[in-house]
Every structure is written in structure tokens, then in C-alpha cells.
Design a protein around this ligand. Structure first.
Ligand SMILES: Cc1cc2nc3c(=O)[nH]c(=O)nc-3n(C[C@H](O)[C@H](O)[C@H](O)COP(=O)(O)OP(=O)(O)OC[C@H]3O[C@@H](n4cnc5c(N)ncnc54)[C@H](O)[C@@H]3O)c2cc1C
Length: 397
């Protein structure tokens, strides 16, 4: 049994002995078993989602005082990476779920609809999200969709969403919407929409290059619910303090997993070459060493960002600072560029077997999935936001 590349690197060994390791390994085995089928058929990774529910991975971050295990972001990051090695679609479900679910106890308040949702997540519920909107694109901080209240506390909303991942599998969709019909586009709230109170009308089919198993079809979402399912805090605070930084760390953790598995495949190929030419270091070994430098840098930046969020998680002033926003965007932009580079380098090391569409050394799925990283909230859009922030910020380091 060979040792995965990342486990040989001292800076990333936290993944091997943590309290979630055995359960994560079980889920990863199931995810890996179905990964090619999920990718080929562009269908949800249902078996892995069921296993995540069964083994408590979707509930991992629920605070201990609310009956959960209180996983840190550093722990979630390790889980996301291990799942990312096995099946990037499964890992993205895990990552996207946590980016939303953690808003519940950090920003939700004590309304009955919110506390009921926390209990549901503690019991394994899966949360999807709808921020992207037709006509607005990937700018999560603006909405056309608005909450329409009535006197009795009921609310309605309609969102034309070009992309909602795993909507058919989710136990709730968290939707950004303007506070009311008169509110400005950026004056947003986050609304919990349960399946029994929501009608989803499909408008497009997710037939993409990669991350095919996220099944991020287009939907018109119509919800009729109650105001106690609106999270307490403004979405501006929810996004800055939780959804954006947590999502960026966990997405990057998934991409690290894709890169790490690609590096493992490259290492196996070089070992094979070495066995065939005893006494000589194969040329691929130099390229492998170079690739491991990139992989280590990616791992260090991802794990550092997770630790950093854990350290300041209860400090809104730091989380809402310009410097923090720039660092959260830097992680997403940098890691999304690195993952495609690392997988491409791994494919060149492996050669034809890596270029093959299928097989134990194939890197086709890894390469296709890795390209999802830069378009999942466009890097240019983030850089455009950064351009404004960069003028306001002081020294970054
Ligand atoms: C795998 C996957 C899963 C996803 N799941 C979900 C989900 O569950 N829920 C959800 O709401 N969304 C989801 N998304 C959507 C994602 O969050 C982005 O909103 C979406 O990918 C952006 O779509 P777009 O590229 O068409 O639009 P845009 O963001 O509008 O970008 C289109 C192009 O215009 C350029 N552009 C647009 N505006 C600017 C600007 N201001 N500055 C610079 N360049 C700009 C971009 O660079 C890009 O080239 C998912 C995306 C992916 C890839």
C-alpha cells in the first residue's frame, strides 16, 4: 500500500489522526467507488451524500452546545481535501453545504424556523444555496429577487437562478433576497426555503466539462414561507464573516484534494519508471519534485487560511476588515489557478496513461474538475472587487 503524497509532508499531517479521519475514509471510499459513474452520467453522488449523512459529516460543524461536534474550519478543511481526492463533486457538496450551514448558528438568531433548521442540520440535513441570479451573474452581494411580506408574517419570494447545485437532493435551499420590494440590490437577507414550501421549475441542465456531479441545474425558485425562516443578520455581515471566507477555504480544500490525488498518480508513475530503470533516477522524478513544491505551497496556504479563520472566527471587526477580505479572495484566486497547473504537470509526468480518458492513471476527470475552480465565482469578478479594496487597504502583511 503506497503512502499518499500529502501524508509524507510534515506540514499537512493533521489529516491522518483526527477525530473525523475514520468516518471520512469510509465516505471517501464510497465516493471514489462511484466517482467515474457520477462524472459520466452527470448525476448526484447520492451514495456519498447518504454516507455523509450517516457518518455525521454534514453535521460536523454544529456547535457542541447545540448538540453537535463543533468541528473547526481546520478540521472541515481536512475532510474536504480527503473527499476531494476521491470525488470532487462529493467534496464540493460537503464544502457548499458548510458554507451555508455555518451561517445558521453564527447569524441566525433564535427564531423558531432557524432553530428548527439547526436541529435538522445536526440530524444530517443537506443545505444547498441560491445566490447567483439571472441578470446579475456571480455577484452574490446583489439581488433582484425580493422578500414580499404580508401582515400575518408570511413571505414570498421568486428567484430566477441559473445555477443551484444538488437542489433535488437538498433538505433546504438558502436563498439571498432583498429585504423587501423597496430595498437596494445589496440590502439582502438570507432565507431558509424548505422543499415543502418551495416550487422548483427547471430552466437548464448542467452538462458541463467538469464537476458534473454537482448537478447545478438552472431553476426558477418560488417559495412561500414564514418570516421566522429569515436569518437575523444582514447578508452583508453573513457573507463577510462566514459564507465567503468559509466557502473559499473549503472550496480550496477540495481543489487541494484534486491536486493531491493527481500528484499521487504522478508519483506512482515515476516509481514504476524507477523500477524499470534500476540505478537511474528517471527524468520524471525531477518534475515530480517540482510538482511537490507547488502542492506543498497550495496545502500551506489552504491550511493556514483555515487556521486563521478559526483564530478570528468570533471577531467581526477582523473578519469585516479590508485586509481579511483581500486574503480570503487571494486564497480562492491563487488556489484555483494552482490546481489546474498541478494537475496539468501531473498529467505530463504520467504521460499517455494520464492523458487517457479512463483507467487507474487517468487524470482526465481531475483536469476537467480543476477548471471549475476559476469559474466558480469568476476570478476576474473577485479581482475587480479586490481592485477597489486594494486602494483602501493599508499594509497587507
Ligand atoms: C460547480 C459550480 C457550482 C455552483 N453552485 C452554485 C450554487 O449552488 N448556487 C449558486 O448560487 N451559484 C452556484 N454556482 C455559480 C457561481 O457561484 C457563480 O456565480 C457563477 O459560476 C458565475 O457565473 P458566470 O460565470 O456565468 O457569470 P459572471 O460572474 O457574470 O461571469 C461571466 C464573465 O463575466 C466576467 N465578469 C462579470 N462581471 C464582472 C466584473 N464585475 N468584473 C470582472 N469581470 C466580470 C467574468 O470574468 C466572466 O468572464 C456554481 C458554479 C459552479 C462552477
Amino acid at each position: 500500500m503506497s503512502t499518499p503524497v500529502l501524508d509524507q509532508a510534515p506540514a499537512t499531517t493533521t489529516g491522518t489522526a483526527d477525530r473525523f479521519a475514520a468516518r471520512t475514509a469510509l465516505v471517501a471510499d464510497i465516493a471514489a467507488h462511484f466517482a467515474d459513474e457520477v462524472d459520466r452520467d452527470a448525476r448526484p453522488p447520492r451514495e456519498a451524500i447518504a454516507a455523509m449523512k450517516e457518518h455525521g459529516l454534514l453535521a460536523a460543524a454544529v456547535p457542541t452546545e447545540l448538540g453537535g461536534e463543533g468541528a473547526t474550519l481546520a478540521e472541515l478543511s481536512v475532510i474536504a481535501t480527503e473527499l476531494g481526492r476521491a470525488c470532487a463533486a462529493t467534496a464540493m457538496v460537503f464544502a457548499m453545504h458548510h458554507g451555508q450551514a455555518m451561517a445558521l448558528w453564527r447569524h441566525g438568531g433564535v427564531a423558531l424556523g432557524v432553530t428548527a433548521m439547526i436541529e435538522a442540520v445536526r440530524d444530517g440535513a443537506l443545505v444547498a444555496s441560491s445566490t447567483t441570479e439571472r441578470g446579475i451573474g456571480g455577484d452574490a452581494r446583489r439581488s433582484t429577487c425580493a422578500i414580499e411580506p404580508d401582515e400575518a408574517g408570511h413571505i414570498r419570494l421568486r428567484k430566477d437562478a441559473p445555477v443551484i447545485s444538488y437542489a433535488t437532493e437538498a433538505d433546504a435551499v438558502f436563498v439571498t433576497a432583498r429585504r423587501d420590494l423597496d430595498a437596494a440590490p445589496s440590502d439582502q437577507r438570507l432565507v431558509i426555503c424548505l422543499p415543502e414550501e418551495t416550487t422548483l421549475t427547471q430552466t437548464s441542465t448542467w452538462d458541463t466539462l467538469g464537476l458534473r456531479g454537482t448537478c447545478s441545474n438552472g431553476w426558477v425558485l418560488d417559495a412561500e414561507t414564514h418570516e421566522d425562516r429569515v436569518l437575523r443578520d444582514d447578508y452583508a455581515a453573513i457573507s463577510a464573516q462566514t459564507v465567503l471566507p468559509v466557502s473559499h477555504v473549503l472550496w480550496a480544500s477540495v481543489w487541494l484534494g484534486i491536486a493531491a490525488d493527481a500528484a499521487d498518480r504522478a508519483r506512482r508513475a515515476v516509481r514504476k519508471q524507477a523500477r524499470a530503470t534500476v540505478g537511474q533516477t528517471p527524468p520524471g522524478a525531477l518534475r515530480l519534485a517540482e510538482l511537490l513544491v507547488d502542492l506543498q505551497a497550495l496545502a500551506d496556504s489552504v491550511r493556514h487560511a483555515a487556521d486563521r479563520w478559526d483564530a478570528v472566527a468570533d471577531d467581526p471587526e477582523v473578519l469585516e476588515s479590508t485586509a481579511y477580505a483581500l486574503s480570503a479572495n487571494a486564497l480562492k484566486i491563487g488556489s484555483s489557478e494552482r490546481v489546474t497547473d498541478i494537475v496539468t504537470k501531473a498529467m505530463r509526468i504520467v504521460g499517455i496513461a494520464g492523458f487517457a480518458a479512463t483507467g487507474p492513471s487517468s487524470l482526465a476527470r481531475h483536469l476537467r474538475d480543476s477548471h471549475g475552480a476559476a469559474v466558480m465565482v469568476s476570478n476576474d469578478r473577485l479581482l475587480q472587487n479586490d481592485a477597489g479594496l486594494a486602494l483602501m487597504s493599508g499594509a497587507i502583511l
